[in-house]
Design a binder for this molecule. Structure first.
Ligand code: BDR
Ligand code: CA
Length: 327
């Protein structure tokens, strides 16, 4: 079967689960089903410079340092807290010192909004934007160049919590909560956003047994060892913060966005209008899905509400295995 190669810009705040998503994407690149045009980093799980450095270290580990990395836009209107208590002080399970040094230079790197605008302008309708962090960069793109996000082939977002609890507050999911004004701008930019919210990602529990299976198959490569150590760290914080309700596993939220790119059949979507709460004392960052009849609402998104977990992990583990075997 031939599949067309998607041209992807990954907007990310690595982040333990961001790294699992990135490695899955790199496997798809290696298998010839996707092209990673660039990585745009953003403040979120940890600060902008750290997310940039993490992306660079992972690319070097994978011998992919030729891929461009851009630095995060800094325009937050509200003070926020990062998620280093979940992802480690460095965002990578405190494993950054075990990895090769970064090769990209933060100081001279292009800004994420400028890089995205340049690619969307040069190849209208060709680039898929995959956003797995707060939407700060994408909003900056739309503010600087109104209408430009419509030039993306698709905009795929990990974020939101619709019919389940939030993971930062009772109602809000981290990526939306971190910058709800940015999310409002982005969700107003198109009528066909693709959204992978907590409703599906909280069902994606990656276990130490899964990473052990990746290690067992071959002599342990640096990448397999790194994945196993990162998994162990993420499981320990997931248990501390009761993210998996006591199950030894961690949630690979961001990998859902990568799964959608090549295995969309894993998810079932509902069409509707995504609304973002920016004001509420208790509900800031809440996402709502209005799926009232046409005419009473303005649909802007396809929201995943169900996932075939077994099929998801069958693809995920097979693709990670493929990556490890060839590194
Ligand atoms: C999202 O929040 C971040 O901590 C994760 O990397 C993911 O993108 C899940 O709510
Ligand atoms: Ca993330």
């Amino acid at each position: 079967m031939t599949r067309s190669r998607r041209q992807i810009i990954l907007d990310t705040d690595p982040g333990g689960d961001d790294i699992f998503a990135l490695l899955w994407l790199l496997s798809l690149v290696q298998q010839g089903v996707a092209d990673l045009v660039a990585i745009t980093t953003t403040t979120g799980n940890v600060a902008a410079q750290r997310t940039f450095t993490n992306a660079s270290q992972i690319l070097r580990l994978m011998d992919k340092s030729t891929i461009a990395i851009a630095r995060g836009v800094n325009n937050l209107s509200h003070p926020t807290e990062d998620a280093s208590h979940i992802h480690g002080n460095d965002g990578m399970g405190n494993l950054s010192t075990t990895l090769p040094a970064p090769t990209h230079d933060f100081e001279t790197a292009p800004s994420s909004d400028d890089l995205i605008i340049a690619h969307l302008t040069a190849a209208p309708g060709e680039i898929t934007l995959v956003a797995i962090g707060p939407l700060t960069n994408l909003a900056a793109v739309e503010v600087k160049h109104p209408g430009i996000l419509q030039q993306a082939k698709e905009v795929v977002i990990m974020g939101g919590a619709f019919y389940c609890s939030g993971n930062v507050t009772a109602q809000a999911e981290f990526n939306i909560w971190f910058n709800p004004e940015a999310a409002t701008t982005v969700f107003s930019s198109r009528t066909d956003m693709v959204v992978l919210p907590l409703d599906v990602t909280t069902r994606l529990q990656f276990t130490p047994e899964m990473s052990a299976s990746l290690l067992r198959a071959h002599p342990p490569t640096p990448i397999a060892q790194f994945l196993a150590q990162l998994c162990d760290f993420m499981v320990s914080t997931a248990l501390s913060y009761r993210e998996t309700r006591g199950v030894p596993a961690f949630l690979v939220h961001d990998a859902a966005a990568v799964a959608y790119l090549v295995y969309p059949e894993v998810f079932t979507f509902r069409r509707g209008e995504v609304l973002i709460e920016t004001q509420g004392q208790w509900t800031r960052g809440q996402t709502l899905l209005s799926d009232r009849p046409a005419g009473k609402t303005n649909p802007n998104a396809w929201v995943a509400l169900q996932v075939d977990t077994e099929l998801f992990f069958t693809h995920f583990l097979a693709d990670l295995q493929h990556l490890i075997e060839r590194c």
